[in-house]
Write a protein that binds this ligand. Structure first.
Ligand SMILES: Cc1cc2nc3c(=O)[nH]c(=O)nc-3n(C[C@H](O)[C@H](O)[C@H](O)COP(=O)(O)O)c2cc1C
Length: 102
């Protein structure tokens, strides 16, 4: 996490990103931001023209500057939207309502 260039490897497959307009991307907050493997993911696929809504779990931190940090790993035509920290163990019904906000 101290190395800005760190990109832990992931196994990639066909996620058919082209079939989706909005993608919800969740991760745990590590040292106030997204784990570096999330950058790996964003750089492995083409999210041009897509909207990515980020959400997280954490010990207590908020999303902080995570949107701007992740923007470094997508093209200028990708919109990254600040979702929420979902630490309250929301129900499926609450999550269904939550996703409608975006
Ligand atoms: C390396 C590391 C760094 C973390 N940094 C933070 C942090 O800066 N702020 C915070 O509130 N929680 C932090 N946490 C706690 C995680 O966000 C929390 O454990 C996680 O969201 C819970 O999901 P999990 O059960 O999948 O780990 C950190 C956890 C780890 C392992």
């Amino acid at each position: 996490m101290n190395n800005p260039k760190s990109r832990p490897e992931i196994i990639t497959g066909d996620l058919s990103i082209e079939n989706y307009d909005t993608i919800y991307l969740g991760f745990p907050i590590w040292w106030g931001t997204a784990p570096k493997v999330v950058h790996t993911f964003l750089e492995k696929y083409d999210f041009s023209g897509k909207k990515i809504v980020i959400f997280a779990t954490s010990g207590s931190s908020g999303l902080g500057n995570t949107v701007n940090t992740l923007k470094q790993s997508v093209s200028k035509t990708t919109t990254i939207v600040e979702g929420d920290v979902l630490n309250s163990n929301p129900s499926v019904e609450e999550l269904k309502q939550w996703v409608k906000k975006f």
